[in-house]
Design a protein around this ligand. Structure first.
Ligand SMILES: NC(=O)c1ccc[n+]([C@@H]2O[C@H](COP(=O)([O-])OP(=O)(O)OC[C@H]3O[C@@H](n4cnc5c(N)ncnc54)[C@H](O)[C@@H]3O)[C@@H](O)[C@H]2O)c1
Length: 340
């Protein structure tokens, strides 16, 4: 069996979750792991069998046996690490987004390095590979609901994130809504041309101190004339609320929340419905593994990448437009044309 010789960079929340999933894929052989705070993770990671550890990701890039790197570091490091990895000739899987900056040129330069070095880059838009959402995608593409006219995405986190984490991985728009812009665009098969956003701090006013919000309502227009509605919250007390609906000329497709149980309680004066799964690691467990398997198929057999550099730039453009719209109170145009 042909295997991918891999290095993993970043062992925080996302990194450890992915590491466990990667271990279940026989075609991936992880040779080295890195984190700037490697001492913090060393014992835990050694117990999993990864004893070749470093605090400097360049060691992975300089390891001639490694042909592929998985980048799960804080967002503010993605551009630099992906550029260095591309220049070192490694294929790359990188978590979203590439950047939380409003300057697109820097992200475009990363993609240029990827192109010039003839390596592959897949972005971690895992929701595309969620079995429920992917089923909607396939049925929309096959014309089951006619021409898609409106996509609705409800995406609510179970709880607020610590301020220091937000500063490393981006606020609501760049960390969270990023996924919703991508899934909406993926479902509609069309680029976003305009964003109108209302956002604020209805839950935690101290988020203003770090320029963030916790509640967001968005109207989106697509190049093909269709519309999108996205709503976000950082605190849904009942769990991780993830729903998608696509309405079209011949019908509607809709994915409800996934829950841990099929048990429903009915009594004379009470009806309790099962709550959604509590957190992203559980809700998208399958999707996280499927996106990695698809990446393997792309590397070994030339299958298409699940999500590309262009996809992440398009989502970043929408996030930047939403940021401007919240400030100005007006709809903001988004350039739907991507040229490298
Ligand atoms: N797709 C998803 O559903 C999903 C879910 C969670 C997080 N993420 C993304 O994953 C990324 C990481 O988020 P997180 O929540 O795990 O953050 P985190 O802070 O928990 O982990 C980041 C890790 O990267 C390490 N790191 C930072 N700079 C480094 C460097 N130069 N070299 C090596 N290691 C470095 C940190 O020490 C830390 O351990 C973010 O981009 C975030 O948006 C995606």
């Amino acid at each position: 069996m042909e295997t991918i010789k891999a290095g993993v960079i970043g062992l925080g929340r996302a990194g450890q979750m992915h590491l466990h999933n990667l271990m279940t894929i026989p075609e991936i052989d992880i040779l080295q792991v890195a984190d700037v705070f490697i001492d913090k993770f060393s014992d835990k990671i050694s117990d999993l069998g990864f004893t070749n550890q470093t605090s400097d990701y360049h060691d992975i890039l300089n390891n001639p046996e490694i042909n592929t790197v998985f980048v799960f570091t804080s967002t503010d490091t993605h551009e630099q690490i992906v550029t260095d990895a591309a220049n070192a000739g490694k294929n790359i899987f990188c978590e979203k987004p590439l950047s939380m900056d409003t300057n697109e040129e820097a992200s475009a330069n990363v993609l240029k390095a990827v192109k010039e070095n003839h390596v592959k880059l897949q972005i971690g838009f895992n929701r595309r590979m969620d079995p429920q959402f992917h089923n909607i995608y396939e049925q929309v593409r096959s014309g089951k609901i006619g021409t898609p006219q409106v996509v609705k995405v409800t995406s609510r986190d179970p709880d607020l994130l610590p301020h220091d984490l937000i500063q490393r991985i981006g606020g609501l728009l760049f960390d969270f809504t990023m996924h919703d812009f991508d899934i909406a665009r993926y479902m509609m098969g069309s680029n976003i041309t305009e964003v109108y956003a209302k956002g604020g701090t209805l839950i935690d006013p101290t988020l203003k101190e770090i320029n963030d919000i916790d509640t967001l309502a968005l109207v989106v227009q697509f190049e093909n004339g269709a519309y999108g509605l996205i709503d976000n919250s950082r605190k849904a007390v009942y769990g991780y609320d993830q729903r998608v609906e696509v309405f079209g000329s011949a019908g509607m497709l809709k994915a409800e929340n996934v829950s841990n149980s099929t048990v429903e309680l009915y009594t004379k004066d009470n009806e309790t419905k099962k709550n959604p799964l509590p957190i992203f690691t559980q809700r998208y467990k399958e999707a996280y593994t499927i996106e990695m398997k698809a990446f393997v198929q792309s590397l070994l057999n030339g299958a298409p990448l699940v999500a590309t550099g262009e996809d992440v730039i398009m989502a970043q453009r929408a996030a930047i437009a939403a940021q401007k719209s919240i400030k100005s109170g007006k709809p903001v145009k988004v350039d739907p044309v991507f040229k490298l």
